[in-house]
Design a binder for this molecule. Structure first.
Ligand SMILES: C[S@@+](CC[C@H](N)C(=O)[O-])C[C@H]1O[C@@H](n2cnc3c(N)ncnc32)[C@H](O)[C@@H]1O
Length: 287
């Protein structure tokens, strides 16, 4: 029997998180200014999720993180003063949260909601923010719709849902990407057999990642959707040698400068995007 998308993700990530390092997370949150500043300047997902000075908005806020993964971001948000609730389909993040809580002694310890989040029994309008860092694109479209509906139910009227996700708005660039080999990470389409074998165990469903899809999907349950393209220049860092200072310097330069490009170029070339949904349509949740 073919595995469900959820099962495939759970198995894949349970394995990926086996070698988690509490020491590493603790180091990051205890050197928070240094870690976050560097991550925001050079790492796409941190750069995207923390756009518009997100870090300064978190103190005292109640936040839900979906697909919390290795829990680094959940711990960062807790260290910034938020009350953090987190969910992941894999169970290991629950253990990580327990261990970080016991070693860090947050004023408000993080809470983990295990298993299928759509079965949660949290009360309406519980959260100020809901965030996902590279999460929505792991869902099939109908599953995503149910998650967005749940986000609208769980957010306060002034609340905001914020997702950092990949963007594919240009078919040609996307195809070129699949033909670019990433040694040690994935084979390219130049080696079709290896590529197919890789694809079979890849936990990403075949679905759209276009900005217009995310705009439309959000507007069913939110009055406003804003999309910020990320990585139109930064994406080319993959052409430079990995883990070399020149790569980091290029990324910093690219993030600083790509925002000056016209929006239509940014949108077409973006590798990722920050999606923000505001004003949940609480009256629209019966459907
Ligand atoms: C690409 S990882 C991102 C992890 C983390 N947010 C980060 O930035 O490192 C995607 C995460 O989503 C989780 N995930 C996938 N499908 C899920 C679902 N249906 N419900 C909850 N979590 C899910 C995976 O287990 C994985 O931890």
């Amino acid at each position: 029997m073919e595995k469900s998308n959820q099962q495939k993700n759970k198995e894949h990530y349970e394995k990926a998180y086996q070698k988690y390092s509490i020491k590493n997370i603790l180091w990051k949150i205890n050197h928070l200014d240094f870690f976050l500043d560097k991550a925001i300047k050079t790492e796409t997902s941190w750069h995207g999720l923390y756009m518009h000075d997100f870090a300064s908005q978190l103190k005292g806020k109640k936040i839900l993180e979906l697909g919390c993964g290795d829990c680094t971001n959940a711990a960062v948000m807790a260290q910034l003063g938020a009350e953090v609730w987190a969910n992941d389909i894999a169970d290991t993040p629950g253990k990580i949260i327990e261990e970080v809580n016991s070693q860090q002694g947050f004023d408000k310890p993080m809470r983990f909601i295990p298993g299928d989040f759509l079965k949660n029994e949290l009360p309406d309008q519980s959260f100020d923010f809901i965030v996902g860092k590279a999460f929505l694109h792991h869902l099939e479209i109908e599953e995503e719709r149910l998650f967005l509906k749940e986000c609208a139910r769980l957010l306060k009227p002034e609340g905001e849902a914020r997702f950092f996700e990949p963007a594919v708005n240009n078919k040609l660039l996307d195809e070129l990407r699949w033909y670019t080999p990433l040694p040690g990470r994935r084979p390219s389409k130049w080696t079709p057999k290896k590529f197919r074998a890789w694809k079979e165990q890849d936990p990403h469903p075949d679905r759209t990642f276009s900005s217009s899809h995310f705009e439309k999907a959000g507007k069913e349950f939110f009055e406003k959707a804003e999309i910020y393209p990320v990585g139109s220049l930064e994406r080319f860092h993959q052409l430079l040698p990995a883990r070399k200072p020149i790569n980091n310097r290029y990324r910093q330069w690219a993030f600083r400068n790509e925002k000056y490009l016209p929006n239509f170029i940014n949108r077409s070339f973006a590798r990722s995007q920050l999606i923000i949904y505001f004003q949940p349509k609480h009256h629209n949740l019966k459907k």
